[in-house]
Design a protein around this ligand. Structure first.
Ligand code: ADP
Length: 267
């Protein structure tokens, strides 16, 4: 009937018989929409009070007597408000990306250019403490949303740096493969135990909260990456070994590569 959302699945039995299952998911979608709006509104509303707090804190820090015990407390407050601010910003990014499922195929991304931007960002983050390598093998354009795709990639790179001890190595590459364009980030870092791998892209899921919190993430990076990739018909792949390192990668399908989506496919 009018205004309802049905999920329809058709299963074939190979005997010429089919089973059709229809499920009314109107309520599920409504609740999902309410959750998204709520998160977006709360995040938005938290921005102003946070800015005010940070402003006053800075002022008080400027006025504090050198050596006063308040200085330590104010530094803590500063750190925590900074953390809260990144979380609020990431929540807003996430809700924007969750809502933008329609890909505008009029926009193209120059991958060479995007790769250069990612490289600069990674160099700035690593501050010379890691051995970084970059290999951009393919120079072509993609149909997609540059901001979304770039944040997907830059989350993977900043995680690789965050979860690798100083002096470790990180390799970032972008290659043409038969299925499309392969982006991958390999680190020689902590690695992840198998039981956690399937849950990493959940909001706020962290392997070891006490330890990872110290390293300054928000727990939202991979959720953002997952949604940004799904908007580009792609999925995050994770291979990891505890104590050895991890590879996070994804393939952007051929139909989103400019010039090949209608006609010729590579070998
Ligand atoms: P965070 O802001 O905590 O990094 P993410 O969503 O980006 O949040 O990642 C979720 C969790 O996945 C992290 O807290 C960390 O435990 C784990 N993780 C992500 N990337 C890596 C990596 N390259 N190596 C080891 N663990 C990782």
């Amino acid at each position: 009937s009018e205004g309802r959302i049905l999920e329809i699945r058709i299963m074939g039995y190979g005997t010429g018989q089919f089973l059709l299952i229809a499920r009314d998911i109107t309520r599920v979608r409504q609740l999902e929409g309410m959750r998204k709006d709520f998160v977006a509104n709360v995040s938005h509303e938290l921005k102003t009070p946070l800015t005010v707090l940070q402003g006053y804190l800075e002022m008080m820090q400027g006025m504090a007597e050198p050596g006063s015990p308040n200085i330590r407390a104010m530094e803590q407050m500063q750190q925590q408000t900074n953390r809260m601010r990144s979380m609020v910003e990431q929540l807003l990014v996430l809700s924007r990306i969750e809502d933008s499922a329609e890909l505008n195929l009029d926009n193209t991304i120059n991958m060479n250019h995007m790769f250069e931007v990612l490289k600069e960002e990674a160099n700035a983050l690593s501050q010379g403490e890691y051995s970084l390598s970059f290999d951009c093998e393919a120079d072509y354009h993609l149909y997609g949303n540059e901001i979304e795709l770039r944040s997907a990639c830059s989350n993977l790179i900043s995680n690789a740096i965050r979860y690798t001890e100083l002096g470790g190595s990180i390799a970032v590459s972008w290659k043409r493969v038969a299925a499309g364009g392969l982006f991958s980030v390999t680190d020689s870092g902590d690695g992840i135990a198998p039981q956690h791998i399937g849950r990493l892209t959940e909001r706020f899921y962290r392997v070891d909260s006490a330890r990872t919190r110290q390293r300054g993430g928000t727990g939202l990076g991979l959720a953002i990456t997952k949604h940004a990739l799904s908007n580009h018909q792609s999925e995050l792949m994770i291979e990891s070994e505890l104590g050895t390192g991890s590879t996070f990668s994804f393939v952007i399908p051929t139909n989103l590569i400019e010039g090949t989506h209608q006609s010729q496919l590579p070998m």
